[in-house]
Ligand binder design. Structure first.
Ligand code: PMP
Length: 406
């Protein structure tokens, strides 16, 4: 993988911030968009734009074709059985909220929903709130001391409760822990529970095969993989989608509307009320093309090298503590430094051109468990970052820590 050539596709990286070359290490929050994706969007607006599904004119037909081609593209990317299993949403958060709203009320009476302590709030709060509304118990799988899921505790929960749904992340957005999703899904199914996967952090790093994983639902966002914001996916097995009632209503999702009743279109349109973000979907298809052109295996290998290099260099800084030591880490490394507030660290790093993220990373249940840590600093490289950038960023962090501790 030739990083210098790849960086030409990301002109945003070639800029100065406060007089220093930008070092963008906040890719777990959003990945930058490569030029071919932007070009696909511009081309659509310049040549083919019209609202989809509703017109018989040429532009509307082209626009509709492009949206449905994008659905096919996503279908083959995650190896769904049919593109009817691909629901376009505005992102992971929207996918999981909609799913929780549609699903939890229909679970076996009295059965429990299980999530984990390492979830992003997007895969925690919607289930917690839906359980609160419907009276289903909400149970949480703890982590072991390394920051891996405690799979014994998970098994115990499944054996000792009537669990009808488990929702867990593929990769933690704080610890970078990679969960053994196929095993987790298999165990869920052995206990008659549905399995929902949050793939927001893994979608860029892993070739996801929903049939091999056998998950029932999976959600991800386009902007974590080079597509624009405002587009995401909810994958669901068709027979499950077919039995869900929509919770958002409006144009295009209906079959027949009468004064006293409405019938709905089949999936996926049933879940896409209103004008869909078809240009976002076209951008998502272009982002998939781009990642496949780079080869996903190479992207994963490159990002793994960068994360491990960062981890190795960071842990040499006195007083710096990396959160967790999972068996497999992907995408990011989070840390605290004795006597240094993460906001001060990230603010000063910014003044040196280094973009890091500090805060609770929308994962408060995890941080509450981590000895009362409230905020961390997170460094998350992408394939377009260089080892030299990691070196410079770590040197900056070292300097800032010395300064702040003085
Ligand atoms: N889950 C995880 C693991 C994430 O990292 C994120 C984004 N930080 C989300 C869900 C939410 O994604 P979005 O904000 O795109 O809906």
């Amino acid at each position: 993988m030739n990083t210098y050539e790849i960086r030409r596709d990301f002109p945003i990286l070639d800029q100065q911030v406060f007089g220093h070359p930008l070092i963008y290490l906040d890719n777990a929050a959003t990945m930058q968009m490569p030029s071919p994706v932007l070009q696909a969007i511009v081309r659509h607006y310049h040549a083919d734009n019209a609202n989809v599904h509703r017109g018989i004119h040429a532009l509307s037909e082209r626009s509709t074709r492009a949206l449905e081609d994008a659905r096919e593209r996503v279908c083959s990317f995650i190896n769904a059985r049919t593109s009817d299993e691909i629901v376009f949403t505005s992102g992971t958060t929207a996918s999981l909220n909609m799913l929780a709203d549609m699903l939890v009320g229909n679970l076996r009476p009295g059965s429990a929903v299980v999530s984990t302590l390492m979830e992003h709030h997007a895969n925690f709060v919607p289930w917690q709130q839906a359980c609160e509304r419907t009276g289903h118990p909400f149970l949480v799988v703890p982590l072991d001391e390394r920051g891996d899921l405690d799979l014994y505790a998970y098994q115990d929960l499944l054996e000792n409760h009537d669990v009808s749904l488990v929702a867990f992340t593929h990769v933690s957005n704080v610890l970078g822990t990679v969960n053994p999703i196929t095993d987790i899904v298999e165990l869920a199914h052995e206990h008659r529970a549905l399995a929902v996967i949050d793939a927001a952090q893994s979608i860029r790093h892993e070739a996801i095969d929903v049939q091999a994983i056998d998950c029932d639902f999976l959600a991800f966002s386009g902007h974590k993989m080079g597509a624009p914001t405002g587009i995401g996916v909810l994958y669901g097995k068709y027979d499950l989608l077919e039995n869900l009632q929509p919770v958002r209503f409006g144009g295009e999702m209906v079959d027949d509307v009468c004064v006293d009743r409405t019938t709905f279109a089949p999936p996926p349109l049933r879940f896409e009320a209103g004008t869909p973000n078809y240009v976002g979907a076209i951008g998502l298809a272009a982002a998939i093309d781009y990642l496949e052109y780079l080869r996903l295996d190479d992207v994963r290998e490159r990002e793994a090298q960068l994360v491990h290099y960062a981890e190795e260099r960071l842990q040499r800084i006195p007083g710096l503590h990396i959160l967790g030591n999972p068996k497999m880490r992907m995408g990011c490394v989070s840390f605290t430094v004795d006597g240094v507030h993460p906001f001060d660290l990230a603010t000063m790093a910014d003044k040196l051109g280094v973009a890091l993220r500090s805060g609770n990373q929308c994962a408060q249940p995890l941080l509450h468990e981590a000895n009362g840590v409230q905020n961390v600093t997170r460094l998350s490289p992408a394939f377009y970052n260089t080892v030299g950038e990691i070196d410079m960023a770590v040197t900056c962090i070292e300097r800032i820590v010395k300064l702040l501790k003085r």
